[in-house]
Design a binder for this molecule. Structure first.
Ligand code: AMP
Ligand code: MG
Length: 505
């Protein structure tokens, strides 16, 4: 394996200046799998120091999962290393190059414009990359400062853990570190860094980059890297690269079903924000639906509504075509690429139906279930019902009781009664215990509503990080009751509707 020179310099420097941080003592087992691809794939560079950093949020549960030492997130050295003030021994910091289609238009070369990959480490859950988001400008920065603001960093930190708590594939977040250093966006804000982890941060856009530049050797190197590490079964397929496209198609279909079922809007589903592993990645102007509005656009920069809630599944499919186009030089036959994309059309609706049946407490499929699901969505939209609260209240709905709390959410009581009769009939033959268990693990009590994030952010701006901590705890176990935090499971306040989240972060 090629270890970049730069990395050796960094490690030597660390040994000289920070002997207490010798690699053996940090306990991190670096693998540097991505760095081994070679310099066509990235630029080596160190993170820019964030002045006088402080902890904003720490995910000790994830630290334990990754097998990090107990005090790793307590140490001043870790804080300094994760904010660029001193090297993390053994790390090989780099920014990767990718490209992408943004809002349906080819945007050419992009890349990690403010994220720096430190490398991957061996963990009990396999290799995990560690990336610092907001770590300063890189050769791929786009008219930006390479920084992330506190507001968006807290949102990413909390939401990635919220998604994980919901059982939805996602990148993870280990911590957020803040600083009083000013960062200019629409207003003056302060800088922060999110330390995030994932088996890989490779995006559709990484493939588009090499494909559009006709760099087919690198394209193949990258495809082989992804197959060998994450989709080994594709290696044995008659057409490994078509099999890769199909495997990513399948994961993406499942991811979209998961998003739709919990009312998650991503907001910027550009191909550079689509994970090759089918993970939710790059949390920006995302939102969990409050009232159920199928056409809801969470990103105020999305003027056309390209990434509206109800368009997400189609946009993911569109993005998969971009990936298919990028992989075409390796796949060869256009028909083979199209065939690899085809399963999306059946997989996505089937996966969504399975998830929605679980929310309704229906373990087995019966004819008429899809019609019931469609009617449920129609009624929720017509009555502008709070999405999360509807499903949670439905947990207590039986054929004979628990109707009122649900009916109260609808202004059209007649339509609700008709629906309730239909639903009661459907659940009459379902084992009550099994149904309750299924619903309890499918209908969360807590999601990261915009206003909850805003309240935690406002407190954090005043150096009160307790709300970030509380939300992290709740969102990591969103199906539990947490009776002390009932208020955080309630309806959004009126001001929530006026929160405007844009691409700028
Ligand atoms: P996003 O829409 O956040 O996925 O970002 C799209 C592209 O813009 C990526 O290549 C980012 O790295 C880059 N970018 C986003 N924010 C900044 C920033 N503050 N400074 C430099 N580049 C950025
Ligand atoms: Mg991005």
């Amino acid at each position: 394996m090629r270890l970049p020179l730069h990395n050796r310099r960094m490690t030597d420097a660390a040994d000289t200046f920070f002997p207490a941080l010798h690699p053996a003592e940090t306990g991190l087992k670096w693998l540097h799998s991505f760095a081994a691809l070679g310099p066509d794939f990235y630029t080596e560079l160190a993170p820019q120091p964030l002045p006088s950093p402080y902890w904003v949020g720490r995910n000790r549960a994830l630290a334990r999962e990754l097998g990090l030492e107990d005090n790793w997130l307590e140490s001043a050295d870790t804080l300094a290393a994760l904010t660029g003030s001193q090297p993390l021994p053994g790390a090989c910091p780099l920014a990767s190059v990718y490209a992408g289609h943004q809002f349906g238009v080819w945007a050419g070369q992009l890349g990690d414009g403010r994220a720096i990959l430190l490398g991957d480490i061996a963990t009990p859950h396999g290799p995990q990359e560690i990336q610092l988001k907001g770590a300063g400008s890189t050769p791929y920065s786009r008219m930006g400062d390479g920084r992330a603001v506190l507001r968006s960093s807290i949102r990413e930190f909390l939401c990635s853990e919220a998604m994980h708590g919901l059982g939805i594939a996602t990148t993870r977040a280990l911590c957020v570190s803040g600083s009083d250093a000013p960062v200019r966006r629409e207003t003056l804000e302060t800088a922060a860094v999110v330390t995030r982890t994932a088996p890989s941060f490779v995006r559709f856009g990484h493939f588009e980059h090499f494909s559009y530049r006709n760099q087919h050797t690198q394209l193949k190197t990258l495809a082989d890297y992804v197959i060998d590490r994450f989709y080994p079964a594709c290696r044995d397929a008659a057409q490994p690269y078509a099999a890769l496209l199909q495997a990513v198609t399948e994961r993406t279909a499942h991811l979209m079903a998961a998003w739709q079922s919990v009312g998650f809007c991503h907001g910027v589903m550009n191909t550079d924000n689509m994970s090759m592993l089918g993970l939710t990645i790059d949390y920006g102007p995302f939102q969990f639906l409050d009232t159920f509005d199928p056409g809801h656009i969470c990103n105020h920069s999305d003027n056309q509504g390209r990434y509206a809630y109800n368009r997400q599944p189609n946009m993911a499919y569109w993005n998969l075509f971009c990936l298919g186009q990028a992989l075409l030089p390796l796949i060869g036959e256009q028909d083979a690429a199209l065939a690899a994309l085809e399963p999306y059309k059946t997989l996505f609706p089937a996966a969504l139906q399975t998830r929605m049946r679980a929310k309704l407490g229906l373990p087995d499929a019966q004819p008429g279930d899809q019609a019931l699901i469609d009617e449920t969505f129609r009624l929720l939209a017509a009555n502008r019902v709070d999405y999360t609260i509807f499903w949670r209240r439905l947990n207590r709905f039986t054929s004979h009781s628990g109707h009122e709390p649900v009916r109260d959410l609808f202004f059209d009581g007649e339509s609700f009664n008709a629906w309730a009769a239909q639903y009661s009939a459907r659940i009459s033959g379902v084992d009550a215990v099994q149904r309750a268990a299924l619903m309890q693990s499918s209908n969360p009590k807590f999601v990261l509503r915009n206003h909850l994030g805003e309240e935690a952010i406002e407190a954090a701006k005043n150096k009160d990080f307790s709300k970030v901590d509380t939300l992290l705890t709740l969102l990591q176990a969103p199906f539990d009751e947490h009776p002390a935090h009932e208020a955080l499971a309630g309806f959004p306040p009126d001001w929530a509707a006026s929160i405007a989240i844009s691409c700028s972060s």
